[in-house]
Write a protein that binds this ligand. Structure first.
Ligand code: CP
Length: 305
């Protein structure tokens, strides 16, 4: 089986078979990453450009590592220090990079739709590494991989995405991917941070952590994205923590131990208490480890057809 498209732009329109293929392929690559020699040859001779127009630690390092583990040649670009800071457009930057015979482009951009746009103007395979508040498909995939590894199956797994849903590409990719795999997805946060009509996506909406904690198997806690908020959407970080901060005390009310996830970077003691982030409930560092295997799977499946 193959993926149906040449690009990974989002999880919205991916089938269950395609998601399964990526997750199963990632299982094989996770095994490769546990070997003493972690490098395999499938992308030998391919050149991949990582275009990061927005800050990143995890995604960027994870993609670079995944590309090198697959033996690709890698070039990485960030907005600062490039000709974008002199006014060059995204299209011109990408076309110039493509003129250097690049096979695949991994792109992170502050504008929703940037990855779709690139897929229309360049011939390389495009992988979306996060576009504005739209989607972050490899984060959704690594979250699903980590949940499946911990719980055995995603079918009927009850997952709540907590916090700033309005500005979150991670929430959107999780909702699309998890629902396709048969999970029951809910969201919880202040009304000002939950998009209107989100119920149309088939998710249950909660406004009190105390109500949702007894009902779920896992909480995926989102970072409060202060840089994307144009106006005060809650009174203070202290108040946010009091009502929506996930703490050890609150999760003790769960009927069974909850799995705690966070895409990073964490605002410790704002959306998630530091002791819970570092506790046995947390799979946050497993998410990071799994991110490399999942990105290897995506690069392999797109780059070897
Ligand atoms: N989870 C995530 O996308 O982290 P970075 O912004 O550090 O890449």
């Amino acid at each position: 089986m193959k993926l149906s498209g040449r690009h990974l732009l989002g999880l919205e329109n991916m089938s269950r078979d395609e998601l399964d293929l990526i997750l199963e392929t990632a299982v094989s690559f996770k095994e490769v990453l546990e070997r003493p020699i972690k490098k395999v040859p499938p992308l030998q001779g391919k050149t991949i450009a990582n275009l990061f127009f927005e800050s990143s630690t995890r995604t960027r390092i994870s993609f670079e590592l995944a590309e090198r583990r697959l033996s690709a040649d890698v070039i990485s670009f960030s907005q600062s220090g490039s000709s974008v800071s002199k006014g060059e457009t995204l299209k011109d930057t990408a076309r110039n990079i493509e003129a250097m015979k690049i096979d695949m482009v991994v792109v992170r951009h502050a504008s929703a739709g940037a990855a779709h746009f690139l897929s229309r103007v360049v011939d390389a395979n495009i992988i979306n590494a996060g576009d504005g508040a739209h989607e972050h498909p490899t984060q959704g995939l690594l979250d699903m991989f980590t949940l499946r590894e911990k719980h055995g199956s995603l079918e009927n797994l009850r997952v709540c995405v907590v916090g700033d849903i309005l500005h979150s590409r991670v929430a959107r990719s999780n909702i699309y991917g998890l629902q396709t795999m048969g999970a029951k997805v809910s969201v919880c946060g202040p009304a000002t941070l939950i998009p209107r009509e989100i119920e149309r996506m088939g998710v249950a909406v909660y406004h009190r952590l105390e109500d949702v904690i007894p009902e779920v198997d896992a909480l995926n806690v989102l970072r409060v994205q202060l840089e994307r908020q144009k106006r005060g959407l809650f009174p203070s970080l202290r108040e946010y923590h009091r009502y929506f901060g996930v703490t050890k005390e609150k999760v003790q009310k769960a009927s069974r131990p909850l799995t705690i996830m966070h895409p990073g970077p964490i605002n410790r003691d704002v959306e998630l208490s530091a002791d819970l982030a570092d506790s046995e409930h947390s799979v946050i560092l497993q998410q990071v480890t799994n991110g490399v295997a999942v990105r290897m799977a995506v690069l392999y499946l797109l780059g070897t057809v």
